[in-house]
Design a protein around this ligand. Structure first.
Ligand code: UDP
Ligand code: MG
Length: 313
C-alpha cells in the first residue's frame, strides 16, 4: 500500500515494568499505522524488569523505534513530558504501554487531526474492563476536581490523546510548572479540540503501576495545580468556627456569671479542643501542600534525567 509520507506521526509510550506488553504494542501500532510515516518513542521510566532490553532490541531492528530511558522512576507525567520533548513528529500521540488504549483507534485520532483539530482527546467509556475500584475512584476524583477548580475535565479522560506540533511546542516551552497534570493542562490550553469515545481493553500483561499512594498524590497534584479553592474553603471554615466559638463563649460567660453549673463542661471542652485541633491540622496541611509546591518549584529541578537514549537532540 502507498505510504502516506506527507507528515510524520510520533507515538509516545511511557513504560514502567511493561516487559510483557512492549513487543505486542509495537506490533499492533506498527501494523495499524503501516500506511503512515511513524516514529515510536518509548519512554522507559527506569523499569526494573526487561522492558529496556526489549525496547533496545526493537530499536536495533527498526529505525522508527526511539527510546529514552530515565535514571530513576520519575513517574508517568514526567515520562509523558520526556516523550513530548524528544518526539519530532508533526503530531504526537501519547498512549499507555499496557494495551488498554486500543491501537485501532489511532487512525481515527489522526483523521480528526487532518480535519484541522489541534488536540484530539479520548473519553473512556467505563465498562467491565476497568476494575470497579478504578471506576469509582476515578469518577469521584473528576467530580471533586471539577467542583474545586476552574477548569472542566471530562470524566474518564486519560493520557491518550493526539497533539498537534504547535501544542507540543507550547507544552514543552511555555509550561514550566513542576507538578505536571496533563489532563488539566489540555483542558486549560484551549485551541480546537475534538473528543473520541473508546472502550478500554483489559491491561494485557502485568498489573497497574499506579499504587494507591501514587493515585492519591496524582489527585492532590491535579486539584492543587488548578485551584486555590481549598485555601478559600479553609478561610470559610475558619470564619464559621470563629463565629460558633464566639457564640459559645458568650454562653459560657453567661453560665459562669449567672449560674453555679460551670464545672460540668468537661465533655464539651474536650470535644471542642479535639475538633478544633483536628480542623487546624487539616488546614495547615492544605496550606503546607501549596507552600511545599512553591518550594519545589523554586528549585527548578529537571523533570527527569536521561540515562540512555538513541535520539540525538
Ligand atoms: N507508568 C510510568 N511510570 C510510573 C507509573 C506508570 O511510566 O511510575 C506508565 C505505565 O507503564 C503505563 C502508563 O504509565 O504505560 C499507565 O499506567 P498504568 O497502566 O499502570 O495505570 P492505570 O491504567 O492502572 O491507571
Ligand atoms: Mg493501564
Amino acid at each position: 500500500m502507498l505510504k502516506n509520507n506527507k507528515f510524520q506521526i510520533s507515538i509516545v509510550i511511557p513504560c514502567y515494568n511493561e516487559e510483557g506488553n512492549v513487543k505486542l504494542i509495537y506490533d499492533s501500532v506498527s501494523s495499524v499505522l503501516s500506511e503512515y510515516n511513524i516514529e515510536i518513542v518509548f519512554v522507559d521510566d527506569n523499569s526494573k524488569d526487561n522492558t529496556l532490553n526489549i525496547i533496545q532490541n526493537l530499536a536495533d531492528k527498526d529505525p522508527h523505534v526511539k527510546y529514552v530511558s530515565f535514571s530513576r522512576n520519575f513517574g508517568h507525567q514526567s515520562a509523558l513530558r520526556a516523550g513530548l520533548e524528544y518526539a519530532s513528529g508533526d503530531c504526537v500521540i501519547s498512549m499507555d504501554g499496557d494495551m488498554q488504549h486500543p491501537p485501532e483507534l489511532l487512525p481515527q485520532l489522526i483523521k480528526k487531526w487532518e480535519e484541522g483539530y489541534d488536540i484530539v482527546y479520548t473519553m473512556r467509556k467505563d465498562v467491565e474492563n476497568v476494575s470497579f475500584f478504578k471506576r469509582v475512584t476515578s469518577s469521584l476524583f473528576y467530580k471533586l476536581i471539577n467542583s474545586l477548580s476552574d477548569i472542566e475535565i471530562n470524566e474518564g479522560s486519560a493520557d491518550f490523546r493526539l497533539l498537534d506540533k504547535r501544542i507540543v511546542k507550547i507544552l514543552v516551552n511555555d509550561i514550566t510548572e513542576y507538578h505536571l497534570f496533563y489532563r488539566g493542562l489540555i483542558s486549560w490550553i484551549g485551541y480546537k479540540q475534538a473528543g473520541i469515545e473508546y472502550i478500554p481493553n483489559k491491561r494485557f500483561s502485568g498489573k497497574t503501576k499506579y499504587s494507591i499512594g501514587k493515585m492519591i498524590n496524582f489527585a492532590i497534584d491535579g486539584i492543587t495545580s488548578f485551584s486555590i479553592k481549598p485555601l478559600k474553603l479553609a478561610i470559610l471554615l475558619g470564619i464559621s468556627l470563629s463565629v460558633l466559638s464566639a457564640l459559645y463563649g458568650i454562653y459560657a460567660l453567661y453560665m459562669s456569671i449567672f449560674t453555679n453549673e460551670t464545672v460540668k463542661g468537661w465533655t464539651s471542652v474536650l470535644v471542642s479542643i479535639l475538633f478544633i485541633g483536628g480542623v487546624n491540622m487539616i488546614l495547615l496541611g492544605i496550606i503546607g501542600e501549596y507552600v511545599g509546591k512553591l518550594y519545589i518549584q523554586s528549585k527548578k529541578r529537571p523533570y527527569f534525567l536521561v540515562k540512555e537514549t538513541n535520539i540525538k537532540n
